[in-house]
Design a protein around this ligand. Structure first.
Ligand SMILES: Cc1ncc(C[n+]2csc(CCOP(=O)(O)OP(=O)(O)O)c2C)c(N)n1
Ligand SMILES: [Mg+2]
Length: 708
């Protein structure tokens, strides 16, 4: 056990002097200043050896770490800009020159691999502080064979998801909710962690900024929302961006604290971040810290910033955080000009070496690069489940209960899924059995809810998200389709999230509560999509989607919830779930249908003078049509039924994929039965006119026998 003396000593060292720092005025008494020791970037461990929270630097020691890093960042970025102009770096280069004070100050306290972080496009130095070497960053910008994203992403779209430094996507604001989810989940697992979510003055206008802060505040998640306010969003001045005095004023509206500081003063930023972490430590809650920063360049390499006056630029140059830090280093460290110059020379050499080494690396080789969108899922065998008869909605409830019972890190989030039991009552009783921490009523914010789930999935949680209606999943197109869908491809880390979409028409709910959207969601590589039609399939789809290591959407047709029932006999073999389903065997016509249309197709087939085979692909994405092709080779006729409008569904894809593989077997052109290309009408007469019916299907089958 530690003695009182040990504890007193430990307290005394909490505010630390860096061992390399010569004391004020003591330059000659110390060994020659050793900058390379301050900038040790070991690729194995990756992070510079600096004091992290809760330990704190003294101001004097702070600059010995901050200044070399700021200088290194600037040297590297200037070099990368030059390489962009020469064609070695592609894409958009948005550099952080002018923002080094904010980005270095904010990231020094954070614990790499522990705190959950999302950085922005002006945070180059923060990557250096949180685990990337100058060489790795140079390779990333050059998109070469050693790029840490395997050259799949470029420049600032970079991080390390495995160490909780989530890589930004272009869509500003979208990363904020991931930090909230990751921090929430890690703390739920008993970890003492904080989140840092960085955003610009422009990005603060996005809906996700509001959604993410709101969730964090409701759930008391200690995330610091740090706004890098550099007065411009590309060319748009802040006067055209918002109408409050300070962006930190918005904190009041969320019931949290907010503060605005000078972001060109690295020590001030560092101290403010440490203060915020202290507060969050005592009482977990988010906060907004607005750092008034500057941009000493155009928005990106191509932008000459002609919209900023010379006078303004002159003022900003006087505020250059690097020059300020240099002065402080000299003032506090008592370093002579030659000491500082030696330090800078060593830093410049470090930057030069990294870039030179990266320039020598080969280009990525298309023959060896495996461009894979999906994470592999190991085979899982689970407890079997047998239920004599269950309604489809009950199958949902049983599957969710089964998942939550057997997976302590699983949680369900959605609108009204708690006490109310969700809009269609499929979640009834789950909150009573599993508690409010695992069955969570979310605010209305579909995009941030998906982001929250994605972030949580990165720290070992197993999220299930219910969209109240599939129609509202359109709110999360960028978050789910672009961010979650490409996550594995970009980061190499799986993103296991189960997403439930109660969908479909027939309930007289009109254009905004009746959609299916299978055509939309199959647009995104990296997502999986299942569409069950029976109680058994529904149970299986949810279990399979949950155990998959990719974001997996399950379409649940609302009409089937309480109108159709059947047995559930799950043998526990998850791998076996991922296959198309055949309901009726036949020899003359292959009918392919999804969701509720399966039941219409079966009715049409049963009472038909032709021998009809009915299939459901079940896994709509990625689609494997092999069994359908075999069926069409046998029957020579293909008819696809989809509930949604002709141009919005998957029918054309099924037809094209099948026909491309067996067109020689076809006895007549394939048929597609779909709703007309109009929004789903409200009145029952109009809706049922649009929805494909048993009669439509039967007529479609007969058309295939007509002499055309
Ligand atoms: C949602 C979205 N719309 C448009 C863009 C294009 N874009 C990239 S950076 C940028 C300006 C961002 O301004 P700000 O948030 O203030 O950050 P700064 O560039 O000033 O650091 C814009 C409009 C984007 N990335 N995301
Ligand atoms: Mg800005």
């Amino acid at each position: 056990m530690a003695s009182d003396l040990d504890i007193a000593e430990a307290d005394a060292t909490r505010v630390r002097r860096h061992p390399q720092v010569p004391r004020r005025g003591g330059e000659s008494a110390q060994p020659v200043f050793a900058p390379s020791a301050l900038l040790r970037f070991d690729p194995a461990h990756g992070v510079p050896n600096v004091v992290r929270y809760p330990e704190k630097f003294s101001e004097e020691a702070f600059y010995t770490v901050a200044y070399p890093l700021m200088h290194l960042s600037r040297c590297l970025e200037e070099r990368l800009l030059e390489l962009f102009r020469k064609g070695y770096v592609k894409g958009t280069v948005t550099i952080s020159i002018g923002n080094e004070g904010t980005t270095v100050g904010m990231s020094i306290p954070l614990r790499p691999g522990r705190d959950v972080v999302s950085l922005l496009h002006r945070d180059f130095a923060a990557h250096l502080l949180l685990g990337s070497s100058p060489y790795q960053l140079a390779c990333q910008y050059m998109a070469n064979a050693e790029s840490p994203t395997h050259a799949r992403e470029g420049n600032v779209h970079y991080g390390d998801a495995s160490t909780r430094r989530f890589p930004m996507i272009s869509h500003l604001g979208k990363m904020l909710s991931l930090v909230v989810g990751g921090t929430w989940a890690a703390r739920g697992h008993g970890e003492e962690v904080f989140g840092l979510a960085v955003i610009g003055d422009g990005g603060s206008s996005t809906g996700e900024f509001h959604e993410a802060i709101n969730i964090a505040s409701v759930h008391k998640v200690p995330v610091l929302f740090l706004v890098e306010n550099n007065h411009y969003s590309f060319s748009t001045p802040t006067s055209m961006q918002y109408n409050c005095e300070r962006l930190s004023d918005r904190a009041r509206g969320y019931g949290i604290s907010g503060r605005t500081i000078d972001g060109t003063d690295a020590w001030l930023v560092y101290s403010a971040v440490c203060d915020a972490l202290d507060k969050m430590h005592d009482e977990p809650a988010p906060a907004i810290l607005e750092c008034m920063s500057i941009r000493l360049h155009g928005h990106a390499a191509y932008d000459k910033a002609e919209y900023i006056s010379e006078e303004q630029l002159r003022r900003w140059r006087r505020e250059d955080p690097l020059r300020k830090a240099r002065r402080k280093l000299q003032e506090f460290g008592g370093l002579s000009e030659s000491n500082v110059a030696a330090l800078e020379e060593a830093v410049e050499e470090e930057a030069h070496d990294a870039v030179t080494k990266a320039l020598a690396v080969a280009r990525p080789d298309v023959r060896t690069q495996r461009l894979v969108a999906y994470a592999k899922s190991p085979p899982v065998v689970l407890k079997p489940v047998k239920v004599a008869r269950a309604k489809t909605g009950e199958a949902v409830n049983r599957a969710l209960d089964y998942i939550l019972t057997n997976n302590p890190r699983a949680f369900l989030a959605g609108l009204d899924v708690g006490t109310y039991g969700s809009a269609f009552k499929t979640c009834k009783g789950l909150i009573a059995r599993h508690g409010p921490r695992r069955v969570i009523d979310m605010p209305i914010c579909e995009s941030a809810t998906v982001g929250f789930a994605l972030g949580a999935s990165q720290v070992g949680a197993q999220p299930i998200v219910e969209f109240q209606f599939a129609d509202f999943s359109t709110e999360a197109v960028s978050q789910l389709g672009l961010n979650a869908g490409s996550w594995y491809f970009r980061t190499g880390c799986p993103a296991p999230i189960l997403l439930r979409l109660p969908c479909g028409g027939g309930l007289t709910m009109g254009a905004f509560h009746s959609g299916e959207f299978e055509g939309l969601w199959t647009r995104f590589p990296g997502l999986k999509l299942l569409y069950p039609a029976t109680a058994q399939e529904t149970f299986e789809a949810l279990v399979a989607g949950f155990h998959d290591r990719n974001p997996c959407l399950v379409l649940e047709h609302k009409l089937l919830y309480w109108s159709k029932s059947g047995p559930i006999d799950f043998d526990g073999n998850v791998a076996n779930i991922w296959r198309p389903r055949r309901y009726i065997e036949g020899s003359e016509v292959t009918v392919v249908a999804f969701g509720a249309m399966v039941h219409e197709a079966i009715s049409a087939a049963v009472d038909c003078r032709r021998s009809v085979e009915v299939w459901n692909p079940f896994v709509l994405h990625p689609l494997d049509v092999t069994p359908l092709v075999e069926s069409v080779r046998k029957t020579g006729r293909l008819l696809v039924v989809q509930e949604c409008c002709e141009s919005g569904g998957l029918g054309h894809t099924v037809i094209s994929q099948v026909v491309r593989r067996c067109h020689g077997a076809l006895k007549c052109p394939p048929e597609l039965i779909a709703a007309p290309d109009v929004p789903i009408p409200f009145a029952p007469e109009l809706e049922s006119h649009c929805r494909p019916s048993v009669e439509n299907i039967r007529a479609g089958i007969e058309r295939m026998y007509e002499d055309r």
